[in-house]
Ligand binder design. Structure first.
Ligand code: SAM
Length: 265
């Protein structure tokens, strides 16, 4: 079947194909990116190109990543050489080969790849000057969660380390075709200017991952899982952080203190 009409196109659930059908929302999303002429933009998952069309009103340097080969003929006919179409899974593409300048991302992202996509974005964070994403409301809530709440976790700390995330507005399911089961949120990410420098950042993220692995457990217990050869007494002597606390009560600053104090283990 040719892909040109959202109602007749056979939507594939496995690719998270909930296409936007509301022109006003599309305009609002693209306006939020404040595109300057000829600025490099990435769109992840153009689908039938409804967002793509709006982005092209502002720039002619647009790269789109689409996994569904059924959509390629349609995108090629509709946009020809106005877009660079990367016919691939965005998560299996080598981003460092494609990123050579500051780039903005605008996307209604396929929900099933949200977490790996966000982690991939954070790995290349320095290249992105602004990101505007539509995602499940529940994930946007986790990204913007306050310390001490159930939503606060590794994703919150990671995205807030690289960016200043801000929820913009929610979008009801009936504004998509087919409608998704959950509400969506448009969220923007602006690069953070006061990013603290952290030695051995990989170990820092690993520490955070372990501190949230068992959310109900005290830090002491989760640290024992991360460092099985080290006794609780050693942790206590190394750090000023109270290890009877739970990970979800620690701020970024406190995680950095904890990380630095355990660096000799
Ligand atoms: N941008 C369109 C819109 O707003 O109507 C479509 C958005 S739809 C939620 C997600 C799109 O991402 C689909 O076109 C889907 O085929 C594509 N997609 C899903 N997984 C992908 C992946 N791993 N890499 C690239 N594109 C993907």
């Amino acid at each position: 079947m040719t892909a040109n009409n959202p109602k007749t196109f056979h939507h594939k659930k496995k690719f998270g194909q909930n296409f936007l059908s509301d022109k006003n929302i599309i305009k609002k999303i693209v306006a939020q990116a404040n595109l300057n002429e000829n600025e490099a933009v990435w769109e992840i998952g153009p689908g039938l190109g409804i967002l793509t069309e709006e982005i092209l009103k502002f720039t002619n340097d647009l790269t789109v990543f689409e996994i569904d080969r059924e959509l390629y003929p349609h995108l090629e006919t509709k946009f020809a050489d106005k877009i660079k179409l990367v016919k691939a899974d965005v998560l299996r593409t080598d981003w460092s080969e494609l990123l050579s300048q500051k780039t903005k991302i605008i996307a209604n992202i396929p929900y099933q790849i949200t977490s790996p996509l966000l982690f991939r974005i954070s790995e290349h964070a320095d290249f992105f000057s602004k990101i505007v994403l539509m995602m499940q409301k529940e994930v946007a809530d986790r990204i913007t969660a306050s310390r001490g709440t159930k939503d606060y976790g590794a994703l919150t700390l990671k995205m807030n380390y690289h960016f200043v995330p801000q929820k913009l507005f929610t979008v009801k399911p009936h504004l998509f075709y087919p409608p998704p089961k959950v509400e969506s949120t448009v969220i923007e990410f602006i690069p953070r200017k006061d990013k603290p420098s952290i030695e051995n950042i990989e170990a820092y993220w690993k520490l955070i991952e372990f501190c949230f692995r068992n959310r109900r457990k005290m830090l002491r217990r989760n640290l024992r899982t991360l460092f099985p050869d080290t006794s609780s007494e050693v942790f206590e002597t190394l750090t000023s952080i109270d290890l009877s606390r739970r990970g979800e009560t620690l701020s970024e600053e406190e995680f950095i203190i904890l990380h630095n104090s355990l660096s000799s283990i």
